[in-house]
Design a protein around this ligand. Structure first.
Ligand SMILES: [Mg+2]
Length: 342
């Protein structure tokens, strides 16, 4: 196992839990002999730190030498070092798929989707600017737009969504993500304003640990999706509380695509519908997340259209967005082979 540091410039700065970042920094994990590749791309607030990830991967190298890949994977705690675990798990899964002569999606499920619908994400801006950006996304072929809300008053956010609905018409799906910005009273007011605008779901309206609050917001005409809650309280607590209709899965934050797949299948058994999103990963992590979504045959738009958040990448994108969908590469494994070192 080899670990190569990588650093990708962002197209525009990204705000995180610990401040604004201008680059995505992490590691490519490579398996020799029979090849396999994985990506460990930590993101502050969602995973271990870059330094923590580096240390763990260094230790993991010697565990692999002494005890093998599967034992090394077992030692990586998905809640303590999810990005490092994602890197090794993906390298192993990529190797398995290549050895089986299959794409990663096909090695995870015998009948994966050939393409996955994806959403455009529109950040905070005035109603006019928000509507313009949403229209541009629809013109580019997206059928779902996700609007960031919670930075303004409820009244202003509802006006932004109304401006979008007026601009794009009744057909496209509109969803919003509040990133835990609201109180229960805020969320109720927001729901009253958003239901007539045919918003499909509100992602993380309340604090991550407020599961009873989220449960009480369900069945009011708009679905409730949870994202940060999965990170902070875990799937069992979400299921026990009946807190959501939709579960947002970030493979890098849960410790790998195979763990994300297990969580997705568990969620589905309890009628909680999964979607997959990236954490603005490089092409290896992003394409692996696409294979995962295809293996789950997800029909809701996923948050995988994040290539344009990067100004540069390890390798050409094998799955560019076209007409609001990403086609799953049918090459062996992930279908990405970054040869360059950065
Ligand atoms: Mg979110």
């Amino acid at each position: 196992m080899e670990v190569d540091p990588v650093s990708l410039p962002l197209a525009s700065p990204l705000s995180t839990a610990t401040g604004t970042i201008e680059r995505r920094e992490g590691f490519l994990v490579r398996l020799e002999d029979s090849p396999g590749i994985g990506e460990a791309m930590p993101l502050p607030g969602w995973t271990e730190s870059l330094e923590g990830c580096r240390e763990v991967l260094e230790t993991t190298k010697s565990v692999v030498r002494k005890r093998g890949l599967d034992a090394a994977l077992d030692e990586l705690d998905p809640s303590e070092t999810p990005a490092a675990r994602h890197g090794l798990d993906l390298a192993i899964a990529d190797r398995h798929a290549r050895e089986a002569g299959q794409s990663l999606a096909a090695s995870l499920d015998p009948s994966p989707s050939q393409s996955v619908p994806v959403n455009a994400t529109v950040g905070d801006a005035s109603p006019e600017e928000t509507a313009e950006r949403a229209s541009a996304a629809i013109d580019a072929g997206f059928e779902t737009v996700k609007l960031k809300v919670g930075a303004r008053s409820i009244g202003e956010d509802v006006s932004r969504v109304r401006a979008v609905r007026d601009a794009i018409g009744p057909q496209p799906e509109v969803r919003v993500d509040a990133n835990a910005a609201w109180t229960v009273a805020d969320a109720r007011r927001a729901i009253d304003g958003l239901v007539p605008l045919d918003v499909s779901y509100i992602e993380q309206p309340l604090a991550a640990d407020d599961l009873d609050g989220h449960a009480a917001l369900r069945d009011r005409g708009v679905e409730i999706a949870l994202d940060e809650s999965l990170r902070d309280v875990g799937l069992d607590a979400i299921l026990d509380a009946g807190a959501a209709d939709v579960l947002v899965l970030k493979p890098m934050a849960v410790g790998g695509i195979r763990r994300a797949r297990t969580l997705a299948l568990e969620a589905r058994q309890q009628h909680l519908d999964p979607v997959v999103t990236t954490t603005v990963d490089g092409v290896v992590g992003r394409t692996a997340a696409l294979h995962l979504a295809a293996s789950l045959r997800i029909e809701r738009a996923c948050g995988l259209a994040t290539a344009d958040r990067l100004a540069d990448d390890f390798a050409p994108d094998p799955a560019p967005v076209s007409e609001g969908r990403m086609v799953v590469p049918d090459a062996l494994g992930i279908g990405v082979d970054p040869s360059l070192r950065r």
